[in-house]
Design a protein around this ligand. Sequence first.
Ligand code: PEP
Length: 253
Amino acid sequence: MREKIVAGNWKMNLTFEEGQKLTSEIVQMFRDENPAGVKLVLNPPFPHLYPVKKLIGDTANVFLGAQNCYDKASGAYTGEVPAAMLRSFGASFVILGHSERRAYFGEDSAFLLAKTKQALAAGLRPIFCCGEPLEIREADTHVAFVVKQLEETVFQLSAEEFAQVVIAYEPIWAIGTGKTASAEQAQEMHAALRAEIAKAQGQAAADACPILYGGSCNAENASSIFAKADVDGGLIGGASLKSRDFIAIAKSF
Ligand code: PEP
C-alpha cells in the first residue's frame, strides 16, 4: 500500500490571522473526520511555518512543509532559507520544482537537483513537481518532456535518497486555470512516470513512490482523479485555502 498524501500549497497568500484561522479549522476537521490513512501536508509561506507547526502540534498524520529551500546549507545568502533551518522549525516536507519557480525564478534542473540534495541531507522530504506546458501537451510530447525533467533531477539520486521523494505531476495548463486534466490524462502520465521510475530506480522504488496530481484539483473532481490506480493524492493550490474544501479533498480516496 502506497502512502496517500494531500498537500496544500498556500503560495503567496494569507495574513498571520488568516493562516492561523485556516490551520485551526483544518486541524480540527481532520481530527474530527479522520480521513483514513491520509497524510495531510500544509505548505504555507515561510513566516507562517512556526505558528502553523504550533497549531498542528502532535496531530497524527498532519505535517508541515515549506514551499522552497535554498541549495546551500548556511551563510551569506541574504533572503534565502536553507533546508536544515526549515527542519529545525518543524518542517517535514518541501515543495521543489514548482512550475512557478521554474518560470518566474529561472530554476533549472541542476539547481533543483542541488536543492533536492540539500533537502534530503537535512531530513526533509521533497515534493518534487514536474509538468508540461500547453504547447507540449498539444504536440503530444508531454510524457517525454516530463520524463526528462525527472531524469535530470530525482532520477540522479541514490536509492536511499529517492525513497524519500514524493512526485507531483502538475500540467502547467491546469494550474490555477480551473482547467483540470481528466482522470484519464492524469492516470496516463502517472503510469508512464511509474514505469520510468522502475527503469531508473527499480521496481520496488516505483511501487512505493507516491505520485500526486496537481492542477485545479478540487472537492468536486478529486474523487474521480484519486480513483485512478497510479494517483496517490494531490498537490492542491487554490482549494487548500478553504478548510472545508481541503478536508473534502482529503476524504476523496
Ligand atoms: C499548485 O500550484 O501546485 C496548484 C496545483 O494550484 P491549483 O490547485 O490552484 O491549480
